[in-house]
Design a binder for this molecule. Structure first.
Ligand code: ADP
Ligand code: MG
Length: 349
């Protein structure tokens, strides 16, 4: 892809003076390296510098991050209007690739934690959702799959005229649609059915993660906090109702890790869109017998049950369907409707 080659040409990297970026504090640490808040002595401003681990595989993946993000920034969002982090610079330093970003605020997981995991007010859920969706639309237009959308990878933007805002960061797992290489992607709670099941994936997997994030922003806890992939999938089926469509199950590589094939239509098994399916998800006993290893039990109360019940009567705010004010009831109905469109088993939809 000629666009990518253009951006990856390391010969084009400016040689920086040794003392341009002065580290002030560490902002985060991940699989790919560390992120530091730095003072940029050349522009007299704060920047976030991601220092990638000095191993070839990480270096290569970081080159992909640089390529895809510069393409998104320069070609698809030149005026910085679509809530995608701005990359400012990149340079090699002692076998570490370093990427410089605009300095942003806390990530959404930190924000939820500060709020004691009780969820945000609907007005913030709405604003943030709209902005993330704006970013996702641009990414889809560019044919870029983020592959790791989650609250840790969405950052609050510094207050400009006190308007709340967010930006999508961390294109360290991103890839081009149609050039998907990895099958083990996305963080488990936000992993889409097609990735769990080993089915060819598209930008639709980000839309699934987005749905999980919207729900989490409102309830304060992850929607599908499964201790294992099986646990995540069975929570999806329990919460959303239905299951992945039969043709997806027939073609996916991992179907037999999770489902039993009944040979013919499995009696009484209501599948996607009310159609009867020839697959059913394994029972917990069947999985335990196979894995002989119990899933870990989380340390918090984790939501279970149907999506609509959860949204209408999540535990933290001591509300239930009965005493919700009319206006809030309507908001909840709209939110459930919105979420149902996002946590949709059929990627084509
Ligand atoms: P990784 O690929 O290792 O997850 P990220 O790019 O997601 O790396 O960065 C890790 C963490 O560092 C983020 O979750 C966030 O808290 C912090 N961080 C990253 N970029 C910025 C930024 N531009 N401004 C402020 N904090 C950032
Ligand atoms: Mg990250």
């Amino acid at each position: 892809n000629s666009d990518l080659i253009l951006y990856v040409n390391l010969e084009l990297v400016n040689k920086k003076s040794d003392r341009r970026y002065i580290v002030e504090e560490m902002l985060g640490q991940g699989t790919f390296g560390q992120v530091a808040k730095c003072w940029d002595a050349e522009t007299n401003s704060y920047v976030a510098v991601k220092v990638i681990k000095n191993q070839p595989a990480f270096y290569q993946q970081a080159i992909m991050e640089v390529s895809l993000l510069s393409m998104l920034n320069d070609k698809f969002d030149p005026d910085d209007q679509h809530h995608i982090v701005r990359m400012l610079d990149f340079f090699p330093w002692k076998n570490h690739l370093c990427i410089t970003f605009e300095m942003l605020g806390h990530n959404l997981y930190e924000l939820l934690k500060k709020n004691n995991l009780r969820g945000l007010q609907l007005q913030f859920v709405r604003t943030f959702s709209r902005q993330i969706l704006d970013a996702l639309i641009v990414m889809k237009g560019a044919g870029i799959i983020h592959c790791d959308l989650k609250p840790e990878n969405i950052l609050i933007t510094p207050k400009v005229n006190s308007a709340a805002g967010v930006k999508v960061i961390d294109f360290g797992s991103a890839c081009m649609e149609g050039k998907t290489i990895y099958s083990y992607i996305q963080s488990r709670y936000y992993r889409s059915p097609e990735v769990l099941l080993g089915y060819p994936y598209t930008t639709a997997i980000d839309m699934w993660s987005f749905g999980c994030i919207v729900a989490e922003l409102y309830i304060g806890l992850p929607l599908f906090p499964g201790a294992s992939e099986y646990d995540v999938l069975s929570r999806m089926i329990e919460m959303v109702g239905g299951q992945p469509p039969d043709d997806l199950l027939r073609e996916a590589k991992n179907t037999r890790k999770f489902f039993k094939h009944a040979g013919s239509i499995y009696p009484g098994n209501e599948a996607h869109d009310g159609l009867r399916s020839s697959y059913r998800i394994l029972t917990e006993d069947e999985v335990e017998a196979r894995d002989s290893k119990k899933p870990k039990i989380g340390k918090w109360y984790f939501p279970r049950g149907r999506l609509d019940r959860l949204i209408f009567s999540y535990p933290w705010k001591n509300l239930n369907e009965g005493n919700l004010p009319e206006a809030e009831k309507e908001d909840c109905l709209a939110l459930v409707d919105f979420l149902r469109g996002l946590v949709e088993f059929d990627p084509n939809k």
